[in-house]
Write a protein that binds this ligand. Sequence first.
Ligand code: UDP
Length: 312
Amino acid sequence: MRVLVTGAAGFLGSHLTDALLAEGHSVVGADNLCTGSLRNLKHLGHEPKFEFLKADVSAAFDPKRVDYVFNFASPASPVDYYRLGIETLMVGSAGTKNALDIAHKYGAKFLHASTSECYGDPSVHPQTEEYWGNVNPIGIRSVYDEAKRFSEALVMAYNRYHSVDTRLVRIFNTYGPRLKKDDGRVISNFMIQALKAENLTVYGEGAQTRSFCYVTDEIEGILGLSRSNEHTPVNVGNPIEWTILECAKAVLRVTGAKSEIVYCPLPQDDPIQRQPDISKARRLFGWEPKIDLETGLKLSLEYFKSCVEVPA
Ligand code: UDP
């Protein structure tokens, strides 16, 4: 296949690109580099099956005939989408529409990277795909949450009105090599802080929970969904739930750091709990993650060490 990956220079987009190339496909990777980095694609410099297109997907563009579109373009860490709020709303609306128009024009299949943020601060736990969510439509996270929810509505509309063959993956917290060291996400913050012997900044009391999926597991799940015929959303994430305080302690164990844990204010609308119910992914394409948090942190250690040694 000839595949379009939007957001190809990002954390997930670049890993997905690698996985698609490894399966023998040709990949056109589009990115405007507002949060992604060409460093994530540097190793593909001499790969004849890869083509980079510097493009803002919020403006119409034509990658020529493609068989599959993976729509991964968007700022995704809270720090990035607060900084790029309007751009985040645009890529999740005009950008998703442009990507869908490409799929419609060429008769390509389509997979959209959605998010657990569609559930907001969930009152149903763990979260199943049937839950409609608890999202503040005007809060600081709304630039991301509502853009992603609008994208889901648009994807379903193209499926219903234009018969585009679409899929929606709801991605939960994912980590691993190529996470931006300064994107403010909890795993990158804690790993970098520990490796620099700085204090670990736990927000609130650290009692809020997240469920962390190692990147190779996440990509396998996304590819599993891409081969299925399911059009409604599917959760892909690791169902093992950690409090943020436990996560900080796991980082200290893995790095061997002697850092202190310090407590900082909890950001507005920070979800109290998050854990995917992955029964649907298990049933539809037999997927479940294999790598637990401590193993994944060990696998990420060399990468984070390289971030500390070489200034970005
Ligand atoms: N967090 C933290 N310290 C940090 C960064 C994040 O305690 O240095 C917390 C944050 O408040 C949230 C959780 O870790 O409860 C996950 O935050 P992240 O930004 O990684 O992603 P989110 O799941 O909130 O989108």
